[in-house]
Write a new protein. Sequence first.
Length: 441
Amino acid sequence: MLPTRADFPPGFLFGAATSSYQIEGHTFGGAGVTHWDTFAATPGNVVRAENGDTACDHYHRWPADLDLLRDGNFDVYRFSTSWARVLPEGRGAANPEGLDFYDRLVDGLLERGLKPAATLYHWELPAPLADLGGWRNRDIAGWFGDFTEVIMRRIGDRLWSAAPINEPWCVGWLSHFLGHHAPGLRDIRATAHAMHHVMLAHGTAIGVMRDLGMKNLGGVFNFEYAQPADDTPEAARAAALYDAYYNQFFLSGIFKGRYPDLVMEGFAPHMPKNWQDDFAVIQAPLDWVGLNYYTRKLIAPAPGPWPAHQEVPGPLPKTAMEWEIYPQGLTHFLTMVARDYTGTLPLYVTENGMAGYDELVAGAVDDQPRIDYLAAHLNAARDAIAQGVPLNGYFTWSLLDNYEWSLGYEKRFGLVHMDFDSLQRTPKASYHALRAAFAQG
Ligand code: IFM
């Protein structure tokens, strides 16, 4: 059963999350070209070559979307700022329309009694910076720091919280090793450089925001529960390696000032020069840590060069992403992160949700599987709280059905159904269920 607000500690916050490129409509308001525009325009990268040109047209329809958040009894809205909307060339002249957009959005949230939680970067790198090597180029830390200063000088005074980079693993590994996301590289040197430069950019942005006097600064990381596919020591080692580069690498860099040995076995020859000297920046103190959690993976050894392993299909019920549903993994990560890295620092579940086979029938969407998924994960979060984890909030991914990157628009994660032709929004059964669960008192 879906727990209610009363089942969580007083002051626990409920939110919904989105990101700029996935909902705004990138052709509106003078935004510059991003590497997702060019990646999507290249055959074979994205289902039906779909892109973020229109998305949910949140750029124009944001007041209605913020009304949905307020009426859904959410406390916080986690959104991201598009670098290319603010700085169309990635550096240099700012786009006044872009700055005005985020200014209006933040004021609109505050007017509705909602807390604005900003993420600076959720993956749409300005194309001119991609031309210069993007995340492979060490200079990106400085470019990102400059972008941080421009946007936060405008909205930083009214934010409830801010985080630099959504899911560093996706920026580094998924995009440069697996090639599934822009820029679509499959190269270990590019990956090692990108994973380290993401950390350097993270720390640089935290420093810039501290210098601006901003408070409540955190980092948002994604986690997948890696289990050995069988009982062999080889499978155990394969799963441990997956866990190390997926779940430990970034937290270890920030909280321990070093990267996991298992990862360095593969990365060492490919790291950027003098990378060991960057931890003073990377370790900038944080006020909270956010965990994005969706699934587990079964990992088996595989022939070939490092990391020499593969995912194998598991037996559990799956979402429309073919992701196994494994709520216990959320409890595991909340307790692991607090125990091994963050101690008493507040934690948030900054993303959790599922893509379903949702259909609009007679003006309604009956997405009971999503309600069940959210109930199971909210209860898993309660289990962590019962074990003493300082978990202070939970955000559902996502408010709206939106652009699911290389899978285009067919994977529906929203609490609110989108008709991508008419752009009509229809709250699903899950929205109504959460609305009732999150009602005050
Ligand atoms: O849609 C994405 C989001 O951009 C980042 N976290 C995972 C979501 C679902 O795949």
